[in-house]
Design a binder for this molecule. Structure first.
Ligand code: URA
Length: 211
């Protein structure tokens, strides 16, 4: 497993505004969308490409295109939806599958309540999007699920990670070279409720309200 922290002043600035509890939902959504485009740049560094001949107005040359089968972007509902548009804007050729997972706030274990994915992911590059890598339970379950369906590799794109969550993912799938985690920052720790500290609070609530 590889972990990539997108260490860049633009990322840090946008993250600082996101963390601020006084940032309202419309601004929060907009910033998440912008941040994802920066993370997508890192996350797609090894997206599979193919060369094809193109004719420019001047000459014939080789162009580099994203290869088939197209990458699959999988937002983990609900909060991952806030990262979907930014990803598809950067990779419009990608297809989108959905995984609905919720963590039990007492046991912190993840269960799947919705699933709209191809039955066979053989050879597909998958990009899981979920803003908060907290305990890691949801992400480990989602990564296992995609790899079991035959995914060629899985890149998780997250805004924030707790060291505990990264360690849990490392323990579960660290031996698998085909797993990458891209994150804007790694925070200090988890609190007793499983929230990332200092974090940004409940990402789903801040994106969509407390519903
Ligand atoms: N999920 C969130 O939205 N925030 C956290 O801090 C942890 C999990």
């Amino acid at each position: 497993m590889r972990t990539i922290v997108a260490d860049h002043p633009l990322v840090a600035h946008k993250l600082a505004v996101l963390r601020d509890e006084s940032t309202p939902s419309p601004t929060f959504r907009h910033l998440v969308d912008e941040l994802v485009t920066l993370l997508a740049y890192e996350a797609t560094r090894e997206v599979r490409v193919e060369a094809r001949e193109i004719r420019t107005p001047v000459a014939v040359t080789q162009g580099v295109y994203i290869a088939d089968p197209p990458p699959l972007i999988v937002p983990i509902l609900r909060a991952g939806l806030g990262m979907l548009d930014g990803m598809t804007r950067m990779v419009p050729k990608a297809e989108v599958g959905f995984l609905g997972m919720v963590r039990n706030e007492e046991t912190l274990e993840a269960t799947t309540y919705a699933n709209r994915l191809p039955d066979d992911l053989t050879g597909r590059q998958c990009f899981l999007v979920d803003p908060m890598l907290a305990t890691g339970g949801t992400l480990v379950a989602a990564i296992d699920y995609l790899l079991d369906l035959g995914a060629r590799d899985v890149t998780a794109v997250c805004l924030l990670a707790a060291p505990e969550g990264l360690a849990a993912v490392e323990a579960a799938v660290g031996h698998r070279a085909e797993v990458t985690v891209v994150v804007a920052a790694v925070d200090e720790r988890l609190d007793e409720r499983g929230y990332i500290v200092p974090g940004l609070g409940d990402a789903g609530d801040r994106l969509y309200g407390v519903v």
